[in-house]
Ligand binder design. Sequence first.
Ligand SMILES: Cc1ncc(COP(=O)(O)O)c(C=O)c1O
Length: 383
Amino acid sequence: MYKNIETALSHIAKFAPFEDVAGASHFPIYNTGTFDLKKQNGDKIYDYTRSDNPTREMLENLFTEVENGAGCVCTHTGIASVALLFETVLKANSHIIVEADCYGGTFRLLKVFKEKYNITVHFANFLEFDNVEEILKNNPIELVLCESPTNPGLKIIDLEKVATLAHKYEALFAVDNSLATFISQKPLDLGADFSLFSTTKYISGHGAVVAGAIVAKTQELSQQIHYYANAHGRSQNPMDVYLISLGIPTLKVRMKEHQDLSIKIAQFLEKQEYIKKVTHPALKSHPQYELANKQMKYMPGVFCVDFTSEELAEKFIEKTKIFGEKCSFGSPDSRVEIPAKISHASFSKEELAAIGISDSTVRFSIGLENIEDLIEDIQQAVK
Ligand SMILES: Cc1ncc(COP(=O)(O)O)c(C=O)c1O
């Protein structure tokens, strides 16, 4: 509908399935369970909000457009979009390849699918391409899944390459786009079959709601996600759609500010003697720096820092005043957390060590505050 994404995001109400009689700037929240079939005579009939709701449809239409997909389901949480992906694609005894550096909730969900449906999960390092191909060659893989950048390791995966490889072996490829968001990268344009994301983070942008979405590349896959969303009751309630829609028009300016601020903080931390390593895809020291710049328009405001000791990392978290100790990312307030203890507590120490995360790794999510205030807070916390 619109040539450029910022214009689409600024006119979200235009994505509603029908025009509001008063031209409301914010499309009404259809906060209803049911619709009267006798009152409708349009092409599209609404009967029950679990299956379809005009307010939710507005957001689904927008996400479909900006991700260049064929259809979308907005889900009640971000992890519900991952669950819906599995419910749609996997059957009992299926095989799946997942990048080992993945969100702790996805890791836990995979364990559930493994235990309940005998799914074989092949964890792999997606930078070791030959190894991924070996797994695809030797197993009946239905689905390949990764994040890029990954959470928590901030690894950048070559999405175009993985898509080509997955399709060579007739597997579907899904990308968790929560960190980059569609303002920065469009996985479907790079060959993925699904792009899914937690809208809890940058997309809603204010930390006021938990939600998610999954966009399918083809009509056929779109019909499938809609079918299973209705069957499993995965859809999002209209009130939450409204909360998310409030943040959407400012996504680009927020992402740019999160990026700029986080680069400055990362560069500052890189020079401090109490820091062993800073992992931020915008820093030249990042191993996939060039790919990150090629694949993403904006870098997320999330990065990891290895302190010289676990004690120092803990003391830092305890003593910061502006940085809250909070999981999640993409809010206006800056946050820190030790992934091994919070967001990725479902991993064992060994599993985390394999993806380069230890008890002295702190994940930063930089908000929208003043740079001097943040630096001052860091300085007082390490004294
Ligand atoms: C990469 C990634 N995917 C999915 C999720 C799950 O989203 P939610 O917390 O909205 O369920 C998260 C949450 O932190 C995440 O970091």
